[in-house]
Design a protein around this ligand. Structure first.
Ligand code: A3P
Length: 298
């Protein structure tokens, strides 16, 4: 294996400079953050397991927080000129460690809840977590890995091998299920500090979920026409269609991953087009067992 994984506090991570020579989402970065990172009470962390809707959540939160500065149709709106990943930085990257921009209130992370730096839990800051059906996470992950490895002279990862690793939790940031369970339990124990969102629900009823998100992060929409109008504008601006269109056109944005790789299909249930019946049964069984009693529905 070209990029081996290491287990740290129950979760698997890459080590060293695995990712196009960038140290991101590695065990070293996780440990350095635990050691050094000091959260500000004003921080809002957007947390997720990779491929669960991170980019969408970043776009929505950024658009909500900055709505008085940029109207959705303003051609200079950052979301119309750049990738949402530039608008909300990940803390779990070397770039962040060397230049910690936590004057920025909105920050993102893929770290599991139990591995978060202590101050994220003990300070007054808030966390928004987005969860997605593990079957769709897996298929999205499989496509993504094959896209980003394409120019890295690595062989493509076939579906069966990827499935084996994913179902055992041997992927970057560890088991998708354990990741979700950590944040779900935290959201039950500390509902004022941890908001648990769901990709499928956001697709089904974006208005109610975006309203919830805005209130939770301290930027509620006004009741009535004005607030509704702003909310609808933000939902449209952050829609899969709009973001994909912007990021397909913008080829020069991201250094290591082409912008449009973050916008594949953006659908619920696409996994059935790839998984065998047996694979579906296995993933559903793990999901049922792991999420038992936690009221997580897709
Ligand atoms: P698919 O591969 O199923 O299309 P992440 O942002 O955590 O990396 O997750 C990526 C997944 O979210 C991809 O799923 C991507 O297409 C989808 N996605 C990106 N932007 C989206 C948006 N604005 N609305 C809905 N889904 C979006």
């Amino acid at each position: 294996i070209k990029h081996p994984l290491y287990k740290y506090e129950g979760f698997w991570f890459h080590q060293g400079f695995w990712f196009h020579s960038e140290a991101s989402f590695t065990v070293e970065v996780a440990m350095a953050l635990q050691d050094k990172f000091v959260a500000q009470p004003t921080n809002v962390f957007l947390a997720s397991y990779p491929k669960s809707g991170t980019t969408w959540l970043k776009a929505l939160a950024f658009a909500i927080v900055n709505r008085t500065m940029f109207k959705g149709s303003n051609p200079q709106h950052p979301l119309l000129t750049t990738n949402p990943h530039y608008c909300v930085p990940f803390i779990d990257t070397e770039a962040f460690l060397t230049n910690p921009s936590n004057t920025n209130d909105l920050l993102a992370t893929h770290l599991p809840y139990t591995i978060l730096p202590k101050s994220v839990i003990t300070s007054d800051c808030r966390i928004v977590y987005i969860c997605r059906n593990p079957k769709d996470v897996f298929i999205s992950f499989w496509h993504f890995v094959n896209e980003i490895l394409r120019d890295d002279l690595s062989p493509e990862m076939n579906l069966e091998d990827a499935f084996e690793l994913f179902s055992k939790g041997v992927t970057s940031n560890g088991s998708c299920w354990d990741h979700v369970v950590g944040y779900r339990k935290a959201s039950i124990e500390r509902p004022d500090k941890v908001l648990f969102l769901n990709y499928e629900k956001m697709k089904e009823d974006p208005k109610s979920e975006v309203k919830k998100l805005a209130s939770f992060i301290g930027h509620p929409f006004k009741e009535g026409e004005e607030g509704d109008g702003e909310m609808e504008e933000i939902i449209k601006l952050c829609s899969f269609k709009k973001l994909r269109e912007v990021n397909k056109a913008n080829k020069d944005g991201h250094k290591v991953i082409p912008n449009d790789v973050y916008f594949r299909k953006g659908e619920v249930g696409d996994a059935v087009n790839y998984l065998t019946t047996e694979m579906i049964e296995i993933l559903d069984k793990i999901t049922l067992e792991k999420y038992n009693g936690l009221d997580i529905a897709f």
